[in-house]
Design a protein around this ligand. Sequence first.
Ligand SMILES: Cc1ncc(COP(=O)(O)O)c(C=O)c1O
Length: 391
Amino acid sequence: MTHLMNTYNRQPVAFIKGKGCTLTDTEGKTYLDALAGIAVNTLGHAHPALMAALNQQAGRLLHVSNIYRIPQQEALADTLTRLSGLSEAFICNSGLEANEAAIKLARFYGHQQKDVELPSIIVMEHAFHGRSLATLSATANKKAQAGFEPLVPGFIRVPYGDIAAVRQIAADNPNVVAVMLEVIQGEGGIHTVSDEYLRGLRSLCDTHGWLLLLDEVQCGMGRTGKWFAYQHAAIQPDVVTLAKGLGSGVPIGACLAGGRTAGLFGPGNHGSTFGGNPLACVAALTTIEVMEAHDLLSHATRIGDLLRRELSKALADTAGVVEIRGKGLMIGIELDRPCGALVKAALEAGLLINVTHESVIRLLPPLIFSEAEAHELTEKLIPLIQNFLKD
Ligand SMILES: Cc1ncc(COP(=O)(O)O)c(C=O)c1O
C-alpha cells in the first residue's frame, strides 16, 4: 500500500545503487541499463567526476535565489550558447518548463514584433512536449489530454514531416508566429524527419518571420552523436529546449534563444525559484566537460551504429519487425503489434528497456555505453523479441 498518487504504471522493482551502465535492485540482482532514466543518465550511474563535482558543490553552496548573480549559471549559459550557436539561455528544472518558456517567448514575440493578437504555434502529430497545461496542449496525445480540457488555445497541428501542410497553414493563417517540433520524436515512437524537411521549415520560418522552436529535451545533449539533433541538418533554430540528459540525473532544463528572440525577455517576464541553482548547473557543466574530454559524441555515433547494425542483421527479416530506426543512441524498434509485455520480460532477463507508442521498443542507453555492453544488450534483447513474435 502506497500513499503516492497513482500517476505511474510502475514496474515491480526498486533500485538501490548504480555503477556505470549497471543498476542493482533491493534483492541484489543487477540489470543492464539501456534506458538511462529515459535519456537522462548521460554519464551512467555514479560517474566519479560527476560525484566529485557534486560533493564539492554540495559542501559549499546548494542554492541561492535568482535575485543574485550565479556564476555557475552564467558559465553554463556561456557553454550552451557556444555549443548551440544561440545567444542566451534561461535555466529551469525540467523539459516542460523549458518548453513553457519557449511557448511564452513565441507568444511574446508575436505580440511585440509581429503585432499579432492571437499568436499561434504550429505543432506536430505524435508530438510530446510535457504535461503542464500549455505543453500538454502542444502535445498530440489525446489520451494524455483527456479530462483536462479546456486546453490552452493557440496550437495548430499538422502531420510530422509534411512541409506542404505547413505551407498551407502559412497561406491560411496570419496568426502563426512559430513552428515547434522535436527533431526526433521520442514518446511518439522514435520518428525522424529528413534534413530537407528541417531546412524547408527553416526557410518557411524565414519567409514568414516565424520562429523555429526545436524541442531537444530527449534528442539533444549528444544523444544522436551531435550536441543537438538539428546540427545533422546544418540549420540554426531560433529557440532550442533541453532537459533530460543535461544534468546527467540532476534535474535541470534550459531554453536557449537567439536570432529573432534574442533580448526579447526582460526582468519580470519569466522566472523560477529553483531554476539554475549552483548544484544543478555544476551537474550540467561537469556532464558537458566529461562529454568533451571523452568525445562521447563520436562514441554515441559509433555505438549507435553498431547497435542498429546488429539489430538489423538479426531482425530485419523477422516477421513482425516493422522498422529499426533512430540516430546515435536513440533507437526505436517498431513491431507490428503492442509489445509492452517485453518490458517485463527484459526486466526478468536483467535488462532495462522501454516501449513507447504501444509498439515501439525504445533504447536510450547512457552515452558511456561500451561496445561490450552493446553486445550484451543485443544478446539479451534479440531472443526476447524473437520469442515474443513467435506467439
Ligand atoms: C521531447 C520532450 N519534451 C518535453 C518533455 C517533458 O519533459 P519533463 O518530463 O522533464 O517535463 C519530454 C519528456 O519525456 C520529452 O520527451
